[in-house]
Design a protein around this ligand. Structure first.
Ligand SMILES: Nc1ncnc2c1ncn2[C@@H]1O[C@H](COP(=O)(O)OP(=O)(O)OP(=O)(O)O)[C@@H](O)[C@H]1O
Ligand SMILES: [Mg+2]
Length: 288
């Protein structure tokens, strides 16, 4: 087995947008990772599992001398590709013809390392099998998985990622808007496409209503805030809404059951549903 010669301090993508809130969540997940070798962040599509996992991975980087590595599985469409995706994420190559899982076991056996196994839900049996074997043979390995459903293997600690905080109806008092994660996220993303946009007395109630209607889901809030671009550029907002896609469409269809709105299989994004016009109207009202 060979590996690249560059320093093996790990590989995580640089964040290109700001990370909002989640102070307690980060602390909770860090604590779980200290006590457990497999932590799985679960929750509906677009709730922020991947983003939180990456943030926690950065937080704990120093505790792992052999690095913190991201294996992205979202685009894989076959269980048989999981082992090679993890090997590639660790920048391992092998020309001996051995099974990749054995290569991984050999390499990881004496490593103090964290693997973020991201978006496991459509490949659960393969992820469970690989993780189980690696954890049993690599005593210092830890895995932080994200998945709409748990891996369901021994020693797994499951942590359900909640939506971002939103104010209760009529509870917003002046100057408190940024205490709510969903509102801060909306402001941040809207201001990046509509410079000068700020939360203030003239729009706080409308943004609060919008964030509540989007159930505090960060993906939906980012998409709604992105409508600001259409407002500025004169694009028909309807076409922007039309391009909003359900999170399940972002990865290959494995032929599983259709996602339900409330369960772990997915989430209804209202901008594409019949209520879309309503949301567009609200976003435009907020941004104008
Ligand atoms: N705390 C946060 N701060 C800023 N942006 C966030 C936060 N949480 C999520 N986001 C953004 O919201 C979007 C959806 O988040 P993410 O991809 O992590 O969701 P997910 O739960 O992993 O979704 P899926 O189930 O489809 O994999 C991303 O663009 C992400 O950057
Ligand atoms: Mg994800």
């Amino acid at each position: 087995m060979t590996s690249t010669l560059r320093q093996r301090s790990g590989r995580l993508p640089e964040a290109v947008t700001s990370f909002v809130g989640r102070r307690t969540a980060r602390a909770d997940v860090r604590r779980l990772l200290e006590g457990s070798r497999l932590v799985t962040l679960t929750g509906v599509g677009g709730v922020g599992k991947t983003r939180l996992a990456l943030q926690v991975a950065r937080d704990v980087r120093r505790a792992f001398p052999d690095g913190v590595w991201l294996a992205e599985l979202a685009k894989l469409d076959d269980d048989s590709l999981v082992d090679s995706a993890v090997a590639a994420a660790l920048e391992l190559s092998d020309s001996s013809g051995r099974a990749l899982i054995d290569v991984l076991v050999d390499y990881l056996a004496d490593k103090r390392l964290l693997v973020v196994l991201d978006n496991c839900e459509h490949l659960l049996p393969a992820c469970a099998r690989l993780t189980s074997r690696l954890l049993s043979e690599a005593p210092e390995l830890r895995v932080l998985a994200t998945s709409r459903d748990r891996l369901a293997i021994g020693a797994e600690q499951v942590w359900l990622v909640p939506p971002l905080s939103v104010p209760e109806p009529d509870s917003l008092t002046s100057g408190t808007a940024r205490q709510y994660e969903a509102m801060t996220l909306f402001e941040d993303r809207a201001s990046s496409v509509l410079p000068g946009f700020r939360l203030g007395p003239e729009n706080e109630a409308a943004v609060a209503r919008l964030c509540r209607q989007l159930d505090g889901l960060p993906l939906a809030i980012e998409l709604a805030a992105g409508l600001a671009e259409g407002v500025v550029g004169g694009t028909d907002p309807g076409s922007v809404v039309g391009s909003v896609r359900h999170p399940d469409e972002r990865r290959p269809n494995r032929g599983g059951a259709a996602p339900d709105a409330a369960g772990s299989g997915g989430v209804e994004l209202r901008p594409v549903s019949g209520a879309g016009a309503d949301v567009v109207g609200q976003v435009l009202g907020v941004l104008r």
